[in-house]
Design a protein around this ligand. Structure first.
Ligand code: MTE
Ligand code: HPA
Ligand code: MOS
Length: 763
C-alpha cells in the first residue's frame, strides 16, 4: 500500500482566493450586460412619472414613436396577465395605470434598437398627470394614518409603571436616513423568448426564484415555462432581493409584445430614481434608568418610511423590532412599529434588513444616559448587557443561549486600550480648541435566519464527472461575497478532493427550484449545508462501493487530498470514480437542508426567529472640526465573531466592507427629497459613498476564536450583514466628540452625520 504523496490541507479554514478573483480583476468575469447579445435584441428604457402623486390621465407617445430606432412602446395595457406584480402583499401595479405614486414610478418602456435611442425617445413621452397631495415623511403618514401594513406593538412587562418609578428619565426623537445600495453593477435584465412560450431570463438578482415567479405570473404562464439564470452580480446588498424582479418583468412584457429578446439596463440616475433604498426611520423614545445607568423601562416608537408599496417592509420593520435590544436586556419595554406609506420609492432590503435601524436608537439612548450620569458610555453599555442564566430572554421571548458579549467586549476593550485612549482623547480635547476627538465602543448582536421561517431551506446538486471533476449547483447567488468559493471549499472537503477540482456554476431555477433569496446572511449556512449533504451522499455511495470490493466497512474508507484509502488499498479519487461509473454507481446527488429549532408567531412577534446570534464589537475614534463640521474616522478596532471561519480572507473582506458601508450610511450618504418628492441626490455627484481616502488610517480586525455553539456548517457563523452595524460606533464617537466640544449631556445628531449636521449639533 502506498501512502498519499502529499497531504493536502483541508480547503475549509484557509484563505482561498475568491473563485472569480482573477476574472474580476482582468475583466473576464461575465455580468449580464457582457453576455453576447442574440441577433435581433432590442433595448428598453423606462418612462418615469415626474409627479409624486397624481391621477394619470393620459400618455402621449406619438413623438417618441417617431424617434429614430424606436420599435415600440409598452404600457400597462400590454401586460398579458395580472397587471399587479406577484409580490407578497400584491399591492404594486407593474406599470402605473390610472395613478402615479412617486417620482420615478415606471409607466412603461420605450423599446428601440439601441440603449441611447430608447433613452432619448423615453424623454419625449408626454404625461398628463393631475397632481394630488403627496405624503413624503413618516410624520405626515402617521397623521394621515397612511400605512402599507398595519402597525405592530410588542410589549413586555409594565413599561408605564417602570417609567413612572424610574429615578431618571430621558425623552427624545431621532431621525435616521436611508441609503442607496450603489452596487457597482446597476440593475439589469435580459429576457430571451424561446420556442413554445418558454423564456430564458438573465437577471442580476439575489432571488432568481422570485424573478421566475413574477415573470410567469405577469405573462400568465406556469412557473416551469420560465428559467432564470444569474452567474454573478456586481453587488446586491439587498437591493437585488426584489427590485431586480421588476426589471425582468418589464423586459419580459416588452419581449412578449415585440417577439424579440429585450434587455433593460437602468443607467445610474434612473436606478436611483426607480428602485427602493434602505428605509429611513424616525424615532420617539421615553426611557427610565437608575443611578448606575441600568435601563428600567422604555417606550419606543419606530416609524419606517416604506415608500409607496409594501415590498419587504413588513419583514424589515419586524427585524427592526427584533433588534432594538441589540446586546441589552430590556426588562419593561413597549415598541410600536409603524410601516408608513409615502409617495417615494418603495424601500427594500439593505444589509442588516432593519437591524441597523432597530439598534441605533438604543445605542443613542445609552450614550445619552451615560453622559447624563457622567459615566463612561462603555460602563453603561456593559451594565445593560444580556446576562447568562439571568436577564437572558429577549423582548420577543427568545432565550439568548450563545451569549459571548461580556468576554468579547472586555477583550476588545483591553486590546484597543480603550480606557487609556479615552483619557488621551480628553487630554487632546482640553488642548485643542478647534478639532475635537471622540471615541466609542459599541457591540452588535445580530439574529441569523430569515424571519419568515419557511425561507430557511435550501437545495443543491453535486455532480461528479468520470474524470473526477466536480460541478456544484445550489440555490444561492454570488454577489461578490464569496458564497461560491465557500460552497466549493465545503464540497471539496466532503469529497476529499483538491479545491481546484470543484466548480460552482450559475444560479439557475431549472436546476434547484424554489430557492430562497440569497439574503439574511444565510447563504453559506443554507446552501453550503445543502451542498455538503449532496456531496456526502455521493461519497457514501462511493464508500459502499469500495467497501464491498475491499471487504471492509464503509466507515473505513477515507477520502482525503484526492486519494481514497482503505486498510488494504489505496487509489486516486479519479481511479475510484472511473471504476464506480463503469459499475453503474450514481455519481451525482441532490442535497436539502432546513434550519432546525426556529419558529415564531407572526402576529405577536414572539418565539425563536433566529437559529443563533452573530456577535461583534468595534471601537472607533474620530475627529471633528468644530468650525466646519467636517469629520474623519481615525482609528477602528474590531473584534468579530464568525465562528470557525470557512475562509478568513473572505470573512475579513466582509467585515471591512460591511463596516465601511455602514460608515457611509451614518456619515456621508445623504438622500435628499425635495418638497415635491423628487430625489435630488440621484448620482455620485451629489450622493457620496465612502471613497478610498475615507479608509480609516488605523483599521484592525480580529476574529473571535470560538466555533458556533449551534451545529452550523464547518462551525462557522454568517458574516454578510452583522459587521455593517459595527459602524454605529462611528456615529457614537461623533456624538461623543460633539458632546465634548459642547460640554453637553444629550446630543441630538441625526444620521447621516454630514458636516452640516455635525455643525448643527455643535450649535
Ligand atoms: N458582499 C458583497 N461583496 N456584495 C454584496 O452584495 N451583500 C450583503 C453581504 N455581503 C453583499 C455582500 C448582504 S445584504 C447579504 S444578506 C449577504 O452578503 C448575502 O450573502 P451571504 O448570505 O452569502 O453572506
Ligand atoms: N432578511 C433578508 N431578507 C429577507 C428576510 C430577512 O430576514 N426576510 C425576508 N426576506
Ligand atoms: Mo441582505 S439585506 O439580507 O440581501
Amino acid at each position: 500500500m502506498n501512502a498519499p504523496e502529499k497531504i493536502l490541507a483541508p480547503a475549509i479554514g484557509a484563505s482561498q482566493p475568491h473563485e472569480s478573483a482573477r476574472a474580476h480583476v482582468t475583466g473576464t468575469a461575465t455580468y449580464i450586460d457582457d453576455i453576447p447579445e442574440i441577433k435581433g435584441t432590442l433595448h428598453a428604457a423606462p418612462i418615469l412619472s415626474n409627479v409624486a402623486h397624481g391621477k394619470l390621465r393620459g400618455v402621449d407617445t406619438r413623438e417618441a414613436e417617431a424617434m429614430p430606432g424606436v420599435r415600440g412602446i409598452v404600457l400597462a395595457r400590454d401586460i398579458p396577465a395580472d397587471p399587479v406584480l406577484a409580490t407578497f402583499v400584491h399591492d404594486e401595479p407593474i406599470f402605473a395605470r390610472d395613478k402615479v405614486e412617486f417620482i420615478g414610478q415606471v409607466i412603461g418602456l420605450v423599446v428601440a434598437d439601441t440603449v441611447m435611442e430608447a433613452r432619448r425617445a423615453a424623454r419625449k413621452v408626454k404625461l398628463d398627470i393631475e397632481p394630488l397631495e403627496a405624503i413624503l415623511t413618516t410624520h405626515d403618514a402617521i397623521r394621515a394614518q397612511s400605512f402599507v401594513l398595519p402597525p405592530v406593538t410588542v410589549k413586555r412587562g409594565e413599561p408605564d409603571a417602570a417609567l413612572a418609578r424610574a429615578p431618571h428619565r430621558l425623552q427624545g426623537t431621532l431621525e435616521v436616513g436611508g441609503q442607496e445600495h450603489f452596487y457597482l453593477e446597476g440593475q439589469v435584465g435580459y429576457v430571451v423568448p424561446l420556442e413554445q412560450d418558454q423564456w430564458h431570463v438573465y437577471s442580476s438578482t439575489q432571488h432568481p426564484g422570485e424573478a421566475q415567479h413574477w415573470v410567469a405570473h405577469a405573462l400568465g404562464l406556469p412557473t416551469s415555462a420560465v428559467k432564470v439564470e444569474c452567474r454573478r452580480m456586481g453587488g446586491g446588498f439587498g437591493g437585488k432581493e426584489t427590485q431586480s424582479g421588476h426589471i425582468v418583468v418589464w423586459a419580459a412584457i416588452a419581449a412578449k409584445k415585440l417577439r424579440r429578446p429585450v434587455k433593460l439596463r437602468l443607467d445610474r440616475d434612473d436606478d436611483f430614481m426607480v428602485t427602493g433604498k434602505r428605509h429611513p426611520f424616525t424615532y420617539e423614545y421615553d426611557v427610565g434608568f437608575d443611578d448606575s445607568g441600568l435601563v428600567t423601562g422604555m417606550k419606543l416608537v419606530l416609524a419606517a418610511n416604506c415608500g409607496w408599496s409594501a415590498d419587504l417592509s413588513g419583514p424589515v420593520a419586524d427585524r427592526a423590532v427584533f433588534h432594538v435590544d441589540n446586546a441589552y436586556y430590556l426588562s419593561d419595554v413597549e415598541i410600536v412599529s409603524y410601516r408608513c406609506k409615502t409617495n417615494i420609492q418603495s424601500h427594500t432590503a439593505f444589509r442588516g434588513f432593519g437591524g441597523p435601524q432597530g439598534m441605533i436608537v438604543t445605542e443613542a439612548i445609552l450614550g445619552d444616559i451615560a453622559r447624563t450620569l457622567k459615566l463612561d458610555p462603555l460602563d453603561v453599555r456593559k451594565r445593560n448587557l444580556y446576562g447568562i442564566g439571568t436577564r437572558d430572554t429577549t423582548h420577543y421571548q427568545m432565550k439568548v443561549e450563545d451569549n459571548i458579549l461580556e468576554p468579547l467586549i472586555s477583550r476588545l476593550e483591553a486590546s484597543c486600550q480603550y480606557r487609556a485612549r479615552r483619557e488621551e482623547v480628553a487630554r487632546f480635547n482640553e488642548q485643542s480648541p478647534v478639532v475635537k476627538r471622540g471615541i466609542a465602543l459599541t457591540p452588535v448582536k445580530f439574529g441569523i435566519s430569515f424571519t419568515a421561517t419557511f425561507f430557511n431551506q435550501a437545495g443543491a446538486l453535486v455532480h461528479v464527472y468520470t474524470d473526477g471533476s466536480v460541478m456544484v449547483n445550489h440555490g444561492g447567488t454570488e454577489m461578490g461575497q464569496g458564497l461560491n468559493t465557500k460552497v466549493a471549499q465545503i464540497v471539496a472537503d466532503e469529497l476529499g478532493v483538491p479545491l481546484e477540482r470543484v466548480r460552482v456554476t450559475s444560479a439557475d431555477t431549472s436546476k434547484v427550484p424554489n430557492a430562497s433569496a440569497t439574503a439574511a446572511s444565510s447563504g453559506t449556512d443554507l446552501n453550503g449545508r445543502a451542498a455538503q449533504f449532496a456531496a456526502r451522499q455521493v461519497r457514501e455511495r462511493l464508500a459502499r462501493f469500495v467497501a464491498e470490493k475491499q471487504e471492509c466497512e464503509p466507515g473505513q474508507v477515507i477520502f482525503a487530498a484526492g486519494q481514497v484509502s482503505t486498510p488494504s488499498t489505496h487509489m486516486t479519487f479519479e481511479q475510484l470514480v472511473d471504476d464506480a461509473y463503469k459499475s453503474r454507481v450514481q455519481l451525482w446527488s441532490d442535497g436539502f437542508y432546513k434550519t432546525p429549532k426556529i419558529h415564531y408567531d407572526k402576529v405577536t412577534l414572539t418565539g425563536r426567529p433566529f437559529y443563533y446570534f452573530a456577535y461583534g464589537a468595534a471601537c472607533t475614534e474620530v475627529a471633528i472640526d468644530t468650525l466646519t463640521g467636517e469629520n474623519r474616522v481615525l482609528k477602528v478596532d474590531i473584534l468579530h465573531d464568525v465562528g470557525h471561519s470557512i475562509n478568513p480572507a473572505l470573512d475579513l473582506g466582509q467585515i471591512e466592507g460591511g463596516f465601511v458601508q455602514g460608515m457611509g450610511w451614518l456619515t456621508t450618504e445623504e438622500l435628499v427629497w425635495t418638497d415635491k418628492g423628487y430625489l435630488a441626490t440621484h448620482a455620485p455627484s451629489t450622493y457620496k459613498i465612502p471613497a478610498t481616502g475615507d479608509w480609516p488610517p488605523h483599521f484592525k480586525v480580529e476574529f473571535w476564536p470560538e466555533a458556533n455553539r449551534e451545529d452550523n456548517v464547518g462551525g462557522s457563523k454568517a458574516v454578510g450583514e452583522p459587521p455593517f452595524m459595527l459602524a454605529i460606533s462611528v456615529w457614537e464617537a461623533l456624538r461623543d466628540a460633539v458632546a465634548s466640544a459642547r460640554g453637553a449631556a444629550t446630543v441630538r445628531l441625526d444620521a447621516p452625520a454630514t458636516a452640516e449636521r455635525v455643525l448643527g449639533a455643535l450649535r
